[in-house]
Write a protein that binds this ligand. Structure first.
Ligand code: PMP
Length: 394
């Protein structure tokens, strides 16, 4: 028997996905300005970015990036541990640690890499990794990479998590959860999970990619909002590519954690450090996110306006208090049609379909931002009303 061809198999899988109308497509964006993007010669009002505070195009971030690029060039030149760790990285790490109320912070080039690196550094083969079923893919992948015994509990079900932790009390265990769930927008039951972890001697890790900048006092995130600290949540990860409007990620925690990650997190060690200019822009973003609380207040008002309007229209809202406001339509094809219909009206809200979300739970993932105005939300509600979505599928 001749060896089967790998690329042929991939092509078959791709064709199958297309046939099921579940194929993913890349859209090229020509320019972004405020909440608008230009794509394919059309100007679209976007409700799909994670730029929750509207910082991605702030002139002060752009100026910080340009100044640092003038001083240090574009690329960092190497990994952190070779000679890629610039003063800008060090200053950003200090600013992040201070904001998070932790001893130290460590930068990673992306959130995906941070989660892979942290879990792989903490857990050894066969050790227990308990995770919410709706955690982001990179938390799940991190557990797989570590060769951990991955147990996934039904979404936000703390009792189920407890049973999983109790299944083997003789080995090291990590419980990892999103702080804010990326496709649902709801907040994890962090206080209950922290109590559980303390009782079961498990370490709690929170991925606060979607909570940072949005929740808690001065935007310090879901952990602060829950009244928890470094003792309760020893491993805190968040990204710089969402509310902070930049790119990259960090882990914050004790000196022992950061020293350990510096030695053992392979996705920190063996990759090029983020551009120093990006670190400079991110440090500017940290300062603005902390001090310009009007951004959080504006966002909260827009969320309320959207939820009130959507409730009046009988739209299938999910119970989310955050900037992520999905409309759960269910059927994948109909969700795609709804997204296309919005686009013909000049609005961009993407259809999120399986396998990104569970079967039968396709949704329009609508995200709001402080870059939006009330008229934008009203425009969205008007367009949604014209689709006659109701509480039932389209
Ligand atoms: N964690 C969560 C919860 C996310 O939503 C994302 C990105 N969508 C990531 C991690 C990965 O972050 P990054 O985009 O920086 O790789």
């Amino acid at each position: 028997m001749p060896r089967p061809d790998l690329l042929e198999r991939l092509a078959v899988q791709t064709a199958e996905r297309a046939q099921a109308q579940l194929q993913r497509r890349v859209r090229t964006i020509d320019t972004s300005q405020g909440p608008y993007v230009e794509s394919g010669g059309r100007r679209l009002l976007a409700f799909c970015t994670n730029d929750y505070l509207g910082l991605a195009q702030d002139p002060r971030l752009i100026a910080a990036l340009k100044k640092a690029a003038d001083e240090s060039g574009v690329g960092s030149g190497s990994a952190h541990l070779i000679c890629g760790h610039h003063r800008e990285h060090a200053m950003l790490e200090e600013a992040l640690a201070e904001w998070m109320g932790r001893e130290r912070a460590l930068l990673f080039s992306t959130g995906y890499m941070a989660n892979l690196g942290v879990i792989q550094a903490l857990l050894q083969r066969g050790e227990l990794c308990v995770q919410d079923k709706l955690n982001h893919a990179c938390l799940l992948d991190g557990a797989q990479l570590a060769g951990a015994a991955l147990k996934r509990y039904p979404h936000a079900d703390v009792d189920a998590a407890a049973r999983q932790l109790q299944s083997d009390t003789s080995i090291h265990a990590l419980l990892a959860t999103d702080g804010v769930f990326s496709m649902d927008g709801d907040i994890a039951p962090l206080r209950e999970l922290a109590t559980l972890c303390a009782r079961e001697n498990a370490s709690l890790m929170v991925d606060d990619a979607h909570g940072l900048g949005i929740l808690g006092r001065d935007g310090a995130g879901s952990v602060t909002q829950a009244g928890l600290d470094q003792h309760d949540v020893p491993v805190l990860m968040a990204t710089l590519g969402k509310a902070l409007g930049c790119s990259g990620a960090f882990v914050a925690g004790s000196t022992a954690l950061i020293d350990g990650l510096t030695q053992f997190a392979r996705t920190y060690i063996y990759t090029t450090a983020m551009p120093p200019a990006l670190a400079a822009a991110a440090r500017c973003a940290v300062s603005l996110a902390r001090t310009e609380s009007w951004r959080r207040e504006k966002l909260a008002a827009l969320i309320k306006r959207f939820r009130d309007g959507a409730t009046q229209l009988g739209l299938p809202l999910m119970p989310s208090p955050t900037a992520i406001q999905p409309l759960l339509l269910g059927d994948a094809r109909q969700t795609l049609e709804a997204s296309r219909a919005l686009e013909t009206q000049g609005l961009l809200a993407v259809a999120i379909r399986p396998p990104t979300v569970p079967q039968g739970q396709a949704r329009l993932r609508i995200t709001l931002s402080a870059a939006h105005e009330e008229v934008h939300v009203d425009q969205l509600l008007e367009a949604l009303a014209s689709l006659h979505l109701g509480t039932a599928p389209v």
